[in-house]
Design a protein around this ligand. Sequence first.
Ligand code: SAM
Length: 187
Amino acid sequence: MLNFWDASWGLDERQCPCDVYFAEYLEQKSVKGASIFHFGTGSHHILALRNAQIGANNAILGITASPGEYEAYVKLLIENPRLGATYKAYFGDIYQLDPRLLPGFDYVTNFHACEFRTEKNDAYGALTDLEMTLVLADKIKPGGEMHFYTGSDGYQKTLAVIDSLKAQRGFADTGTYKTLRILTKPR
Ligand SMILES: C[S@@+](CC[C@H](N)C(=O)[O-])C[C@H]1O[C@@H](n2cnc3c(N)ncnc32)[C@H](O)[C@@H]1O
């Protein structure tokens, strides 16, 4: 069976502010027209909603492994058809990402690395956390950024993934925004 997420995450800024912080970061940098891959939409879909509200016109591809969160997306889109122009969310396991189906990204949120992958993913030959991270890294444009969430339950394990991202792909630490850690691809 797919290692899907049998839960649905409503917005809880105190417990998990990463999406809100990332939306703020983009807004403060006046990022417009960028392409973004987002790991873990939540049922709130806040990143895409903020993007649409401020007219930033960033194109966001979000992934969720939660049937409930996906259902919320379907409802949201039916009720807000304009949102669909800049926001595509899909249901699936991020550990099955296929590079052939991914465009180049300016930003990738890898907020939940090392949080959800288990032997259940091994059972169907899914990617590891490092492999998934490198698939996304290779799709980031030169000078583009991968963001990690230092408050994630998986962050301690993710440190080794970040080390490999630096060693194998030359990404560099270029700063933080609140509890987000920013790794930038060399130009
Ligand atoms: C704790 S929620 C956080 C949601 C949102 N990023 C936030 O901070 O409010 C974790 C998110 O990871 C997603 N997720 C869990 N396992 C996943 C997987 N294997 N592939 C893709 N998304 C997954 C869930 O669907 C959910 O959206």
